[in-house]
Design a protein around this ligand. Structure first.
Ligand SMILES: CC(C)(COP(=O)(O)OP(=O)(O)OC[C@H]1O[C@@H](n2cnc3c(N)ncnc32)[C@H](O)[C@@H]1O)[C@@H](O)C(=O)NCCC(=O)NCCS
Ligand SMILES: Nc1ncnc2c1ncn2[C@@H]1O[C@H](COP(=O)(O)OP(=O)(O)OP(=O)(O)O)[C@@H](O)[C@H]1O
Length: 205
């Protein structure tokens, strides 16, 4: 098994990269998806969040009101840390379970937005960083994801800097070009990962 940590700032294109790696045969474990599952209606995770933040973070249907929580935590570091302390251990436990069920020869890609912030670079055989300048992040988040510029800036400010991510990168995907450029780069990356995984060779990891 080759264990890949995939990270990048918000809106850098991690999902675009992980979808392309999945299409080429990688097994992707997406922390954002798991972070939703662990606070789904009826979970103990959601009960903990309500205990910490009050009933105001619930919708009338008993789901987590994500925009409301975002407004609380992205302007208040202590609140954000409190939420992360509830969600991150649950996400890690679930990711470990999913990885344990993967085939022995799999290339497993862990898509983790906060890989650098949470000091997890050493846990992986290779760290793959999706890199774009901040102005491209802002452009994509506002034009394609419907965020206001203020919201986008607030989230970027609560994450590691571009330099901090590049400092731990084993492989870098520059995603400042077109999606066709990205396809070509992901082909190269996939070939490199296949080689590192020892596929088609006698070497074993
Ligand atoms: C605050 C919440 C409810 C807002 O939900 P929302 O649906 O608006 O955003 P979503 O979860 O889809 O996240 C989108 C992006 O925001 C960024 N982001 C999310 N949480 C954080 C955080 N704690 N710090 C910095 N950036 C973050 C990431 O780039 C992520 O890819 C949600 O982001 C959350 O529960 N965050 C805490 C858990 C966490 O750290 N998740 C990120 C990786 S596990
Ligand atoms: N090369 C590209 N050219 C144009 N648009 C792109 C490109 N790459 C990604 N996008 C678009 O930019 C937005 C952000 O990309 P994506 O959702 O993959 O980022 P992300 O890093 O997964 O974000 P998040 O941190 O929120 O999970 C999406 O709407 C996506 O379709």
């Amino acid at each position: 098994m080759l264990r890949v940590g995939l990270t990048g700032g918000i809106g850098s294109g991690k999902s675009a990269v992980s979808a392309r790696l999945a299409a080429r045969g990688a097994l992707v474990i997406d922390s954002d998806v798991l972070a939703r599952e662990v606070v789904a209606a009826g979970t103990d995770g959601l009960a903990e969040v309500v205990k910490a933040f009050g009933d105001d973070v619930l919708t009338p249907d008993g789901e987590l009101d994500r925009p409301a929580v975002g407004r609380i935590v992205f302007g208040d570091e202590a609140a954000r840390r409190k939420l992360e302390a509830i969600i991150h251990p649950r996400v890690r436990a679930r990711a470990t379970e999913l990885e344990a069920a993967a085939p022995a020869d799999a290339v497993v890609v862990h898509d983790i937005p906060l890989l650098v912030e949470t000091g997890q670079a050493d846990r992986f055989d290779v760290v793959l960083v999706v890199d774009v300048p901040v102005d491209v992040q802002l452009e994509r988040l506002t034009a394609q994801r419907g965020m206001t510029e203020a919201e986008a800036k607030q989230r970027i400010a609560s994450q590691a800097s571009r330099e901090d991510r590049l400092a731990v990168a084993g492989l870098v995907v520059d995603n400042s070009g077109s999606l066709a450029d990205l396809d070509r780069r992901v082909d190269e990356i996939w070939a490199t990962l296949q080689k590192r995984a020892g596929h088609g060779q006698d070497t074993k990891r």
